[in-house]
Write a new protein. Structure first.
Length: 226
């Protein structure tokens, strides 16, 4: 799949119907009885957001059911977004500490945020076929970030998706294993940094704390501006 520009890719992306299970699920989520019941959901694939000319790519798993799938913007309007954006703000990668809706004025400085899967999957568990269907979008986003110096991968599934892409590009992935706080050097002086995903479960159990992610982000900042 080839795209002429990021804008063209996003236009095709939001109309994507490749994965019947995801198409059905992303719409049915809006019918759940919760505090957002009755709100009009985006319920389509969610594009990346931020500064695509930036040095940092943040790669998550997928839009959250009542986050990106509801608001139409990745890492927006849910607890994972609250945790991530607050940490990014403290390190200087955003202009504010909250990410509530698509019109809240949030700006990413030198960073672009996207997901390996553009639709919310049931139980946050995509199939390999679904990830493969979505991979051309992620690959184009990466390949057109001309100033890219670091990729922060949130969680094991995103990490494995990125490894598959790197292998396809002929980059040596031998010995690359997901471990929180680890980084790997790849070609052209780029680094991949690993972090647990800031999901409510990981945050509530203390598997990841704000200081943990802030430390990784500070390491990234020191590296990309060295």
């Amino acid at each position: 799949m080839e795209f002429k520009s990021l804008e063209e890719m996003n236009e095709l992306l939001i109309n994507c119907m490749k994965c019947p299970r995801l198409v059905e699920f992303r719409k049915n989520v809006a019918l759940r009885k919760n505090r957002f019941y009755g709100e009009i959901y985006w319920s389509r694939p969610v594009p990346g957001f931020g500064n695509h000319d930036g040095k940092l790519l943040i790669l998550g798993l997928a839009p959250a059911a009542t986050g990106g799938n509801r608001t139409g913007r990745i890492f927006t309007g849910d607890k994972s977004a609250q945790f991530l954006v607050n940490c990014l703000y403290k390190v200087g990668f955003t202009n504010k500490s909250t990410s509530e809706n698509a019109n809240d004025g949030l700006i990413y400085y030198d960073a672009y945020v996207t997901a390996v899967l553009k639709c919310v999957p049931p139980n946050d568990k995509p199939t390999l076929d679904e990830l493969n269907n979505c991979s051309p979008y992620m690959e184009y986003e990466i390949e057109t970030m001309k100033n890219l110096k670091a990729i922060l991968v949130l969680g094991r599934i995103a990490f494995e998706s990125l490894k598959r892409y790197l292998k396809k590009k002929g980059i040596n992935i031998q010995g690359m294993e997901f471990k929180h706080g680890t980084f790997y050097e790849i070609d052209n002086n780029k680094r991949i940094y690993c972090s647990y995903h800031p999901s409510p479960r990981n945050v509530n159990t203390g598997r990841i704390k704000s200081d943990d992610l802030i430390n990784i982000l500070n390491d990234i900042k020191n590296y990309i501006y060295a």
